[in-house]
Design a protein around this ligand. Sequence first.
Ligand SMILES: *[C@@H]1O[C@H](CO)[C@@H](O)[C@H](O)[C@H]1NC(C)=O
Ligand SMILES: *[C@@H]1O[C@H](CO)[C@@H](O)[C@H](O)[C@H]1NC(C)=O
Ligand SMILES: *[C@@H]1O[C@H](CO)[C@@H](O)[C@H](O)[C@H]1NC(C)=O
Length: 527
Amino acid sequence: MWSLLIFLFVFSTTKVVGEHILIFHHVASYSHRVQTMPLAEALAKRGHQLTFLSPFYPKEPNVNITEIIPQKLEKYIDETLNKELDINLRVQKKMDKLSYILYELGKGACDALYKSPEFKRWLLKTTKVDLIIIDNRFPECGIGLAYKLGAKYIIFNTVTVFAHEYFALGFLPESSAVPELEINSPKPPMNFLGRVSNEIMTLGWRWSHLQYSKIMDSMIRKRLLVPDMPYIEDLYRNVSLVLHTGDYVTDYPRTLPPLYVNVAGIHCKLPENISLPVELESFLNTIINGQKDDGFVYISLGSLVVSSNLPHNIKNRFFDTIKSFPNLKFLWKWNGAQPKDIPSNLYLSKWFPQLEILAHPRIRGFITQSGRPSSMEALYNGVPMITFPILGDQDFNSNRFNTMGGNIKLEIGSFTSEELISAVNTLVYEPSMKLQMKKLQTIFRDRPMTPVDTAVWWTEYVLRTEDTSHLRPTGNYQYWFQRRQLDVWLFLLGVMLAAIYGLAFLSNIVARRVWKEIIKSSKPKLA
Ligand SMILES: *[C@@H]1O[C@H](CO)[C@@H](O)[C@H](O)[C@H]1NC(C)=O
Ligand SMILES: *[C@@H]1O[C@H](CO)[C@@H](O)[C@H](O)[C@H]1NC(C)=O
Ligand SMILES: *[C@@H]1O[C@H](CO)[C@@H](O)[C@H](O)[C@H]1NC(C)=O
């Protein structure tokens, strides 16, 4: 009896001594944090010691996670990434190339982070970190830190596969069939010119990343005082694992090495109960002018777009559409100044409980900018979409869903009221789209393990496995042209050309001889 009690006592007090895990975000937007947090919380719950380094104050802090918010980094991100995006840039088709913006951000944010006193203090007093989980948008800054601390590192990929990853980790880009991530990325199936432009994008990303790596390599050496560090790309190549939030509905099916583990929809969950704020609930329940109640459509163009900056004519196209559906209600996540003449079936608010809204039984559609987390939440709840991509990966996401039949894609600068009215009609009143989205939802949710459990299992796998190089692509050590067999093709082509030339040369000689003989034999003999 006593021994049992003692055993129980010892068992319940000997906690697994968890390992120290650092989550590293420097140039990520808050949406990356939303997708990484469920993993951090699950790991903390299992007794690991968790530190979250990022430019954001958590909206819902967790007592088991230590947050570090370096002030210089916070300021830098606030002034660049979170700067109010003027929607008119998209309307006037003046968006910069994605790669150009991102590399500037990657460099600037890393510099700001390394210079922050909060980061320096943390580095001084930190003796041991076992693992760093680094946001994929651009990982070098975190990989340098992992080298300094002697920690393993995992990359957490919240966007689709960037073209530089094939080159850095050593696997083949499928640029013949899978479009690259760009603002004007092509949509499959690609014709010859589409494939040409896609290949140029692949190479362009690689070229810019090569320049970026050089700059980052010298910055890391200098700021972290690690003059003997191997070249940063060689460290990148040896990453232990990539947790990737892309599956075959939200992302094109492509061949990824075993190093990539699919944790798509890791942040998706059902609300505990669907209770909306009182004012919103009463708006949804109000019968306007004795109209029928066909449910509601939710509009959100993301947190970066300031709705009040929408040009008048575009705002009016939205309002005209809303007025022409008196049996529907519309909720619009609206930031900036409130307009005066809003239709009576429209409800504006700076904030909506998106989880509850998308899971609501009376939601009929979602008008969205097609950000990745929002798209996945819509998919998780089987809500069909109308998309107005604005920036970043939104065109890419929207194109993919479009090929799967889950959305209607419109262009914010040039759509007409008729197009939007017809799109809302299809979304709400034609069952085919809703049915298709339900099918995709079933596929999306049907997995052997939840994405959080998958991510936790693989993270601990990396912790307990000394070396995960058996998961790396076999071509990891090769040059890009070897991996594509370009040298072999060139060699074979050379051999073939030489053979043809040789054959032609020989037949020429033979032909001349024969010709000579013919001429000789046909000459009249003088005797
Ligand atoms: C904090 O960790 C403890 C022990 O690991 C766990 O029981 C608790 O639920 C965690 N709290 C939160 C908010 O996750
Ligand atoms: C990467 O891993 C290989 C073996 O898996 C090892 O030989 C090499 O030294 C590593 N490179 C770096 C820069 O750590
Ligand atoms: C339902 O959710 C609201 C907030 O969203 C919360 O205040 C309330 O306690 C919840 N009720 C139950 C029964 O969980």
